[in-house]
Design a protein around this ligand. Structure first.
Ligand SMILES: [Ca+2]
Ligand SMILES: [Ca+2]
Length: 232
C-alpha cells in the first residue's frame, strides 16, 4: 500500500465495511429466497383425450365423453377382475427430498353405496426416475373409498421418505373390487415442491428455475465477496 492510501485508510476501511455489509445482506436475502420450499400445483382433467401413465393388474383405461365432472371428458376405469388391486397411474412425481409433502386429489363417479364398485386414491414409490413401472414399495395409506353419491372428492397428503431406494411417487386411482366394476375419474390436482417434476398423462412440468438461478446469483456474489476480501 502506498503512502497516499494511508491517509484515507479509515475512510476506505469504512467504505469497504459498508460494501461488505451490503453484499452480505444481498447474499442472505437471496439464500432466503431460494431456501423455503414453494409449491407447484398441476391440474389435469382429461380434456386432451389422453388416459393414464401406466397401470398394475387388470384394468382398462379409456378417455370417456359420456360422464365428466368438468368439461367434456373424464377417465373411465374398468376392473378386469384379477387378484391384486387394479390401479391406474394418474400422476408421478420425481425429484422429491425427504420430508416433502405430496398432496393429490381427484373426483370419482360412483353410485353404489357399497365398495363394489368404488374408487380410491392411493400411492407408491418407484426406484428408477425414468421408469414409472419400477415399483419399490408403498406406505399403504391413501384416501377412503368414494362414497357412492355420484361425484365425490378424494384427497390425500403423503410425506416423502427416500428410504433405501425411493426416488419417485406414483399417484394411483384404484378400482374395487370385481370384474367390470367401473368408475370415472376427473379433475386431478397434484401439489408438490416446485423443484420436483410432476407428470400426468397429458403433461410434464419442469422444475421451477427460479431457486436455482437465485443460488447461482448468491454464489456469484459470495465469489465477489471473496475477491474483495483478498484485495483488502
Ligand atoms: Ca374433464
Ligand atoms: Ca361404491
Amino acid at each position: 500500500m502506498g503512502a497516499s492510501c494511508v491517509q484515507s485508510h479509515d475512510y476506505q476501511n469504512e467504505k469497504k465495511g459498508m460494501m461488505m455489509k451490503q453484499i452480505m445482506i444481498l447474499v442472505v436475502g437471496l439464500l432466503l429466497l431460494a431456501g423455503p420450499v414453494s409449491a407447484a400445483t398441476v391440474t389435469y382433467s382429461w380434456e386432451d383425450g389422453e388416459t393414464i401413465l401406466g397401470s398394475y393388474s387388470a384394468i382398462t383405461a379409456t378417455n370417456d365423453t359420456t360422464i365428466a365432472h368438468s368439461g367434456n371428458s373424464s377417465l373411465e376405469l374398468v376392473d378386469g377382475g384379477a387378484s391384486g388391486t387394479p390401479q391406474a397411474y394418474v400422476g408421478w412425481v420425481t425429484g422429491l427430498l425427504d420430508g416433502d409433502t405430496v398432496t393429490a386429489s381427484f373426483w370419482v363417479y360412483d353410485t353404489t353405496l357399497g365398495t363394489s364398485p368404488s374408487g380410491r386414491l392411493w400411492g407408491h414409490y418407484t426406484r428408477d426416475v425414468t421408469d414409472i413401472n419400477s415399483y419399490v414399495g408403498s406406505p399403504g395409506v391413501g384416501s377412503d373409498y368414494s362414497d357412492g353419491t355420484g361425484w365425490s372428492y378424494l384427497e390425500y397428503s403423503w410425506t416423502f421418505n427416500s428410504g433405501t431406494d425411493n426416488n419417485g411417487w406414483v399417484i394411483e386411482a384404484r378400482t374395487y373390487s370385481g370384474l367390470n366394476d367401473t368408475i370415472w375419474v376427473d379433475d386431478l390436482t397434484i401439489i408438490a415442491p416446485d423443484y420436483a417434476t410432476i407428470y400426468t398423462a397429458g403433461s410434464t412440468t419442469a422444475p421451477a428455475p427460479v431457486p436455482a438461478a437465485a443460488w447461482l446469483f448468491g454464489s456469484g456474489l459470495l465469489g465477489l465477496l471473496a475477491i474483495h476480501r483478498r484485495k483488502a
